[in-house]
Design a protein around this ligand. Structure first.
Ligand SMILES: [Zn+2]
Length: 429
């Protein structure tokens, strides 16, 4: 099923030509933005000299710091009257990043979501319950508008309590949900405690899971726990929010909508492009936005391009699931570690539960605190020690350093209903 079959299956030369046309228009438009005008002058760039996609590399990067420095509306490329909506993305420090939408931008963002819904087999007969936060966060409204455009019944549940989520699901026959991976787990546990079997008692069949990077093992566990198909979604506020890239029914990477975004993978340390297939930082240029297009935005998300055609017939290239954030990388005893590596190991051990925390203390001491699965402990202390050693050994094989492992009772670590905080760094280095 396609939403916009012609554009979704456009052959490569036509897609390349469309990208170049839109890139040139965007660069021309950005001359009006003082930030970019200054950068163009500084680097001797004349918009009319952008003649091929290879010229993209001459254009400046845009960073989160640039957005904060130009907050609230210094990056706007249209007049204030043409702006219809504003979303922000809060960082851990300082001012938020603001993104503006024109009427056409609101509509385009919804189209991209509608494509994703069709691509995963969602139809107008589905009931979509959006469990993401509404308001300034894009995961609520942008997804909502897309689902409405597609034509299914939309329940704007927001993050609410699990009791209320369940009530809505039962009363209105929810078939599709949009949720973070950590809340999906939390909700699965909640159902178990309530004695609700999602396979028998609910109509759920699909979930869009995103907003936090997660592993293939996590996907498998959510699918098994809720009896549904889980599709990976990727987006960021700076590029519309959700809907930048989505999986099709093949679940073999996320199609990134190249008629809207130009994708590059770079070495985060040097800024140099990496060859296809290599993992690096995803850099995106929005070439179909009116209110606030961005050139070569440093997403800090790590991914790689999957080459070759997809069985679904879409020609837009696929990216691998996000494996982490370049700024999430931990350096422990001189070794580079991504929290996702730890998650992958933990999820592969059946006696281990789903909730974990990575604690860094003192002079580079790493402790991985992880919950046992409900059936993970038979009460024998000797078995617990064996399991602790097994987990530490598996982590050592993956990370090259051996962390302390602290196995704790199921349900004893804090649970977040939004984005999970996995790393607590209290080092005194
Ligand atoms: Zn596909």
């Amino acid at each position: 099923m396609f939403w916009q079959q012609e554009i979704e299956t456009l052959d490569r030369p036509a897609l390349d030509a469309l990208q170049l046309k839109r890139l040139r228009e965007t660069v021309g438009k950005l001359e009006r933005v003082p930030f970019y005008r200054g950068k163009f002058l500084e680097n001797g760039i004349k918009p009319e000299e952008i003649k091929s996609m290879a010229d993209l590399r001459r254009l400046p990067f845009t960073t989160a710091e640039d957005l904060r420095a130009n907050y609230p509306d210094g990056m706007l490329a249209v007049s204030r009257e043409e702006v219809l909506r504003l979303h922000t993305s809060s960082g851990t420090t300082g001012k938020p990043k603001a993104l503006f939408f024109s009427r056409r931008d609101v509509d385009t963002a919804a189209e991209l979501i509608a494509r994703a819904f069709c691509m995963t087999g969602v139809t107008r007969r589905d009931v979509f319950q959006n469990m993401m936060s509404y308001g300034l966060f894009t995961g609520g409204l942008v997804m909502h508008y897309g689902a409405e455009k597609m034509g299914c019944l939309v329940i704007p549940a927001g993050p609410g309590t699990s009791e209320r989520q369940l009530l809505l699901m039962q009363d209105f026959g929810t078939t599709v949900i949009h949720v973070t991976p950590s809340y999906a787990f939390y909700f699965a546990d909640f159902l178990e405690k309530k004695g609700v079997d999602p396979r028998k008692d609910l109509s759920l069949r699909k979930a869009f899971v995103g907003a936090e990077p997660y592993t293939e093992e996590t996907r498998n566990k959510i699918e098994a726990a809720l009896g549904i198909e889980v599709y990976n979604s990727y987006g960021l506020t700076e590029m519309n929010g959700p809907g930048v890239a989505f999986e099709c029914e093949g679940k073999c990477g996320l199609h990134l909508w190249e008629d809207n975004f130009v994708l590059e993978i770079i070495n985060p340390a040097t800024g140099e492009p990496l060859s296809e297939g290599k993992t690096g930082e995803l850099v995106l240029t929005s070439i179909n936005r009116e209110a606030m297009p961005l050139l070569r935005y440093r997403t800090r998300d790590l991914s790689s391009v999957i080459s070759g055609p997809c069985a679904c017939g879409r020609t837009h290239r696929r990216i691998h699931r996000i494996t982490g954030r370049s700024d999430d990388m931990l350096i422990v005893r001189g070794v580079n570690i991504f929290p996702q590596q730890i998650e992958r190991v933990l999820m592969s051990i059946p006696q281990i539960g789903r909730n974990y925390v990575i604690q860094l203390e003192g002079l580079d001491e790493m402790t991985v605190k992880v919950e046992l699965s409900p059936a993970g402990f038979d009460g024998q202390v000797g078995h617990l020690e064996q399991l602790q050693n097994l987990v530490a050994e598996k982590l050592r094989a993956e990370l090259w350093i051996r962390p302390h492992v602290d196995l704790v009772a199921c349900g004893s670590l804090p649970v977040s209903e939004g984005k999970a905080k996995r790393v607590i760094d209290k080092r005194t280095l």
